[in-house]
Design a protein around this ligand. Structure first.
Ligand code: ADP
Ligand code: MG
Length: 698
């Protein structure tokens, strides 16, 4: 009985093959252990039973105990409803059903005593309870007298009468059959240091809490455990990697860095930039490979930090490269960096898919001979044909467009893997970074260069469109450019594309005096680049686009960002889009267009955008509202985000404790070979057996 993971759920009494199939398909419950790890999503206090005479219309869900006196049906067709009178001796209340009418009257017999659970509402001056839950008194499970757990089920399951109650019964059957305690899954030292509840107790209480206090402790224990193994898994591979793979030691800062700093750099670095450069220098001088994530809002000066780090690599006799997610971005980086490094006498080249074979050859040769010091490019950098004489440092811009796999491919471009700096302008809440990028060290630029005018954000309803166009015209007359962005959730969705194209035609009619260009993901790459180029060059003054522009186009002259149907975008996405303006010296504007009829929480979301330009605050709010699984960047991360009980938005403290404990354990037993850590190894294997691990690719 102790190997619950080895027992097929279909053998649990009361389950059988049919229900097992549903549990497999709908909830991914295959074994006894899976069921035990399927926790309630909420609890309702059923410790008090009310008398009908006590009830008024202001009560939440309550519990009654009594008998059905009589049934009656009313109305016809769709308006047909069933009512019953329910009495407990202190009074009588009406019950109402609009669905399942035939089935109800057969199932709940008048005269039998039931526990009733539901919410009394006042209707036409009379109290009633619609669709109450009724249980025969003797059918009640011991231990559910107090807090009762509710389990998520699907529509398919409900149709097969596999509802929350049925799941609860299965769990009860399973827990009742467990006589002796289950083997502990956390090391005893951790349990005693943090005074955690034991496993068996925790599992019993998460399903059938003895008290609120017991429930809290059970939750804490199970959340901790989940996060502990997640962190342990990340950390053990990171340590193993660091141990196995040495890194180049960049010992000194030389003429290129200093020359740039003293002669070329036209402004003071911000304190944040200085701090981050120090962190990177320390890392690259440590003798182990750097794997660092650089976070900072759009315009915070990440690229400059990357450039100065690249110069340190060159100073130490190495080559450096920078990889961007799109051609346009690679081009922009190349043009910008060239201006700054060519005066130093360095050779910098651009390599993208559209660089012709003829021009490609001298570049590839220059890389092999070492004459090319810096290479800027797209995915093209990853190709087998791209070989370096001595690559020491790699910058990856806008990480979330690249998978971990691609990062690993860059490691192979030298005998010893080069240092890696990943830059992202999508701020990630700390808890998420610790999990998604848990194998990376994190640097943050949390300060904008001085003199920037904060972007002004306005929430505008559709009916004020003519005013919007008037203000837009003013900006255009001042020589500025504007983006108008349409949502396109699935690039194949026809109606979205139609909206975009209609919007484009409409704007051309409203602004006949200006050139308008259009960009969307369904276009051929060349066509898309052509349209983008029109805007970059200033030929087109308005760009109508989908979110393809989200990643990094830099047009400092653009001062207006209009986002249509803003309610359909996530906060992180809105923030990214807004970051496309405010790059020049002028006051910039972001207008969020939405219909007047939006839900309260949607309005709240958009108002956060109006309130703050701080990407970290927005990211936190986004995570609180949408949950970490839906955040930008997490899907591509390769980490399974279906956490069972912990919530990265709420459990930051537990996560930190889990990470600390995981580190402490690895400090004393890096390979997890001590006998007392056998359980830890077993659990790691069980939890992560299905997952690929990129941590060790070399
Ligand atoms: P990011 O890559 O973080 O979006 P960039 O490095 O592209 O930001 O910098 C945005 C703009 O700000 C660039 O024009 C850059 O030259 C400028 N910049 C960067 N650092 C500073 C600074 N310390 N002071 C003034 N301007 C800066
Ligand atoms: Mg950038």
């Amino acid at each position: 009985m102790t190997d619950l993971a080895g027992l097929n759920i279909k053998y649990l009494p009361g389950v059988g093959p049919k229900r097992a199939e549903l549990l497999n398909k709908e909830l991914e419950i295959f074994t006894y252990l899976d069921l035990l790890h399927y926790y309630p999503y909420k609890y309702i206090d059923r410790s008090k039973t009310y008398k009908i005479s006590e009830i008024d219309g202001s009560m939440p869900y309550i519990q009654l105990r009594g008998r059905i006196v009589s049934y009656a049906t009313h109305g016809e067709g769709a308006r047909r409803r069933l009512t019953a009178l329910f009495s407990d001796g202190s009074g009588v209340i009406e019950l109402v059903w609009f669905k399942g009418i035939r089935y109800i009257a057969n199932r709940y017999k008048p005269g039998t005593e039931y526990t009733l659970f539901g919410k009394p509402t006042l209707f036409n001056g009379k109290l009633n309870i619609a669709h109450p839950e009724l249980d025969p008194i003797d059918d009640r499970i011991d231990g559910t007298i107090g807090l009762q757990g509710y389990y998520n089920t699907t529509e398919k399951m409900k149709n097969a009468f596999l509802n929350s109650k049925a799941i609860q019964k299965m769990v009860y059957t399973l827990l009742s059959s467990i006589q002796s305690p289950l083997p502990e899954t956390l090391p005893p030292s951790v349990i005693s240091r943090l005074q955690l509840m034991g496993l068996t107790d925790a599992l019993r209480n998460i399903h059938f809490p003895v008290s609120v206090d017991h429930l809290r402790r059970a939750e804490l224990r199970l959340k901790f455990e989940e996060l502990f193994y997640l962190q342990l898994n990340i950390l053990r591979y990171t340590r193993l990697r660091n141990q196995r793979l040495g890194g180049f030691r960049f010992e000194h800062v030389g003429d290129y860095f200093n020359g740039f700093y003293h002669r070329i750099l036209p402004f003071e670095l911000t304190q944040a930039q200085k701090r981050v450069i120090k962190e990177i220098r320390a890392d690259m001088g440590s003798g182990r490979q750097m794997n660092r994530l650089l976070q900072g809002d759009v315009g915070s000066g990440k690229t400059l930090v990357a450039l100065m780090s690249m110069l340190i690599a060159v100073d130490n006799g190495f080559q450096a490269c920078l990889m961007a997610p799109t051609e346009i971005l690679a081009n922009q980086h190349y043009e910008g960096l060239k201006q700054m490094v060519e005066p130093l006498g360095l050779r910098i080249e651009l390599l993208t898919g559209s660089v012709t074979k003829k021009r490609r050859e001298p570049i590839l040769n220059g890389l092999i001979t070492g004459e090319v010091n810096m290479l800027i490019g797209t995915h093209a950098l990853l190709e087998e044909s791209v070989n370096f004489s001595n690559l020491g440092f790699v910058v990856i811009d806008e990480q979330h467009r690249f998978g971990v796999e691609q990062r690993a491919r860059l490691w192979k471009k030298n005998r010893i893997p080069p240092h890696i700096l990943v830059m992202t302008a999508t701020p990630i809440p700390r808890t998420l970074a610790m999990t998604v990028y848990g194998d990376l060290d994190v640097s943050v630029i949390d300060q904008l260069p001085p003199g920037r005018k904060p972007i002004q954000t306005i929430l505008q309803y559709d009916n004020k469109r003519s005013q919007l166009y008037a203000s837009l015209r003013k900006q255009l007359q001042m020589g500025r450019q504007a983006y108008i962005v349409y949502p396109l959730i699935q690039e194949s969705e026809k109606s979205d594309l139609k909206n975009l194209e209609e919007g484009y035609e409409h704007i051309r009619e409203v602004f006949p005096e200006y050139q308008v260009c259009m960009v969307h993901g369904k276009m051929k790459a060349a066509e898309k680049e052509g349209e983008m180029q029109k805007f970059v060059s200033g030929e087109a003054r308005i760009m109508v686009a989908t979110t393809v522009i989200e990643v990094g186009v830099n047009v400092p002259n653009a001062s207006v960002m209009i986002i249509e149907n803003a309610e359909r975008f996530g906060l992180a996405q809105l923030h990214q889009l807004r970051g496309r303006v405010g790059r020049g010296a002028d006051q910039s504007y972001c207008v969020l267009m939405s219909s007047y009829k939006i839900a309260q929480d949607t309005r709240k979301r958009l108002e956060i955008m109006v309130d703050t330009n701080d990407g970290f605050r927005i990211a936190e709010a986004d995570m609180q509202m949408r949950g970490p699984g839906d955040m930008e960047g997490t899907q591509q991360s390769g980490i399974a985000f279906n956490l069972q009980i912990a919530n990265l938005a709420k459990d930051g403290q537990i996560l930190q404790a889990a990470r600390d404990e995981a580190n402490r354990l690895l400090d004393t037993d890096e390979q997890l070979t001590h006998p007392e850590n056998l359980i830890v190894r077993k659990e790691l294997d069980r939890i992560f057996k299905r997952q690929k691990n990129w941590g060790l690719i070399s």
